[in-house]
Design a protein. Structure first.
Length: 240
């Protein structure tokens, strides 16, 4: 075989760093692309590519969940928790739910190229944290919820500082009592490999950020892994 006909080996990705799921994880079984439910804020079109870090191949049919706070720092299900007061809790189920809202939560199955797309808003922040989006990847059977407790990977997505500063000047995000942390000041970002989980973000329009943003990241996972961040018993806490 001559040099030109030598097969190109597949790209192998590093394992994306896992991060804590936080106290606001739920399992509302919302299979949908648009998760905004009319929440106020700048639009964010999010695309994630899930790949097998061992082989570089796309992971098809994985169930990808995302959840994040609104422009004011509140999470659905915990909308009455004051986001300007830091909560001393990290574990799933450690903060009692206050409502049955479902905004800014949803899941999608990855396509044949390992991609999922979500229409949402650029998140705000809550006291003690920088801007971020939570993600969980589950390996399921037959695009159903049969094996929904098999979570292979849990992480958080971060944003470039320069973009976030512009976003936080928009009307929906202004007037907060709590100061926003930079990525470097956020202990989870600093200690759990946040730089490797920072989205590539660019504006939808050329002239104004009011049109919103595109965001993308490739996430390398071990498809045979069982995450320690969301355990099977966690699905019995605030399942719906």
């Amino acid at each position: 075989m001559d040099q030109d006909s030598t097969p190109t080996p597949p790209t192998v990705y590093q394992l994306a760093p896992e991060q804590v799921a936080g106290p606001f994880f739920r399992n509302p079984r919302l299979l949908r692309r648009n998760i905004s439910e009319g929440a106020e804020g700048l639009p964010l079109l999010l695309r994630l590519s899930i790949v097998d870090a061992m082989t570089g191949e796309p992971v098809c049919g994985a169930l990808v969940d995302i959840w994040h706070c609104n422009a004011r720092g509140a999470y659905s299900g915990w909308s009455r928790i004051n986001p300007d007061i830091e909560v001393d809790a990290e574990a799933i189920g450690s903060i009692p739910r206050t409502d049955d809202d479902t905004y800014l939560r949803g899941s999608q199955f990855s396509d044949s190229k390992g991609r999922v797309r979500f229409t949402t808003i650029y998140p705000g922040f809550y006291a003690g944290r920088t801007l971020h989006i939570h993600v969980a990847v589950r390996m399921v059977a037959g695009r159903q919820y049969l094996d929904e407790r098999n979570v292979a990977w849990v992480g958080q997505l971060y944003f470039p500082e320069v973009v976030s500063r512009s976003v936080l000047n928009a009307k929906a995000y202004r007037g907060r009592a709590a100061p926003v942390l930079s990525n470097a000041e956020d202990s989870f970002y600093a200690e759990m490999g946040g730089e490797a989980s920072t989205l590539t973000v660019w504006p939808v329009g050329r002239d104004s950020h009011e049109d919103g943003y595109f965001g993308h990241l490739t996430i390398g996972i071990d498809t045979f892994a069982v995450s320690s961040q969301i355990k099977p018993e966690d699905f019995d806490k605030y399942t719906v």
